[in-house]
Ligand binder design. Structure first.
Ligand code: SF4
Ligand code: SF4
Length: 230
């Protein structure tokens, strides 16, 4: 978990005039510093770059980067204060990402993203569902072949809304979701890492008994079960 800390700039305040930083304490940049990306120390400055604010959209995050820059002087109190800031920033550099594993039943990513599929993915899903390659392509894939021919398109959503759920997602609500074709899911889904995932549904308990329901069944099979002819 990222630690929220406030930089103690009290010692720095006394030196602000010489270092051309703001002279009023309330103008000093003493906000919490976290998500540190980089620490640069040269002969005159220490510069800490961090993510100030993250806005989450369904398939991308907009991050405001900020730099915290202080100019050195060689006064021991100033040096001590700057060292404190550097040490704090280093601790944040070593922080684990906030999310290292998916809470059971979370599937925010299965609603926000369109996993690309290759020929091998479509074939695996076809074998898994007992359907033909062409039928899977027609029913479950939005066809948009990539220029190199590697991807055939991406998995359909349950509606035309791109933010809707993946056609293979099962379960009634967050905390109960599961992939209906888990063993045959596309490589894109296998590769999706929960580490640092910002889409996670934080309201879900991390430890809960989670029962997976029946797997995804193609429409034609459901219809046959109900005695209908296609
Ligand atoms: S934690 Fe992230 S990667 Fe895991 S299921 Fe939730 S949204 Fe997907
Ligand atoms: S195939 Fe499964 S893992 Fe992949 S997006 Fe759909 S429901 Fe999620």
């Amino acid at each position: 978990m990222a630690i929220m800390e406030t930089i103690d700039l009290i010692a720095l305040r006394n030196y602000s005039r010489e270092t051309s930083q703001p002279t009023h304490p309330e103008l000093l940049d003493a906000r919490p510093i976290e998500h540190v990306n980089k620490i640069e120390i040269d002969e005159e400055h220490v510069t800490i770059t961090f993510d100030e604010h993250t806005t989450r959209y369904y398939n991308a995050n907009e991050i405001t980067h900020r730099e915290w820059v202080y100019k050195y002087n060689d006064d021991p109190a100033f040096v001590k204060a700057v060292r404190g800031v550097i040490e704090q920033a280093r601790r944040h550099l070593k922080d684990l990402p906030e999310n290292v594993a998916c809470p059971p039943g979370c599937a925010e990513c299965c609603s926000g993203y369109e996993p690309f599929v290759t020929k091998a993915d479509v074939q695996r899903i076809a074998d898994h569902l007992g359907m033909s390659f062409d039928a899977v392509l027609r029913e479950y894939v939005v066809e948009r072949p990539s220029a190199d021919g590697y991807h055939l398109g991406w998995l359909r959503k349950v509606s035309d809304d791109v933010a809707d759920q993946c056609v293979f997602l099962k379960g009634s609500r967050s905390g109960h979701y599961y992939c209906g074709i888990y063993a045959a899911r596309p490589n894109d889904c296998r590769d999706f890492s929960p580490i640092g995932c910002e889409d996670v549904d934080d309201s879900l308990p991390r430890k809960s008994a989670f029962k997976i329901g029946p797997p995804f069944a193609p429409k034609h099979r459901k219809a046959r079960r109900n005695g209908k002819r296609l």
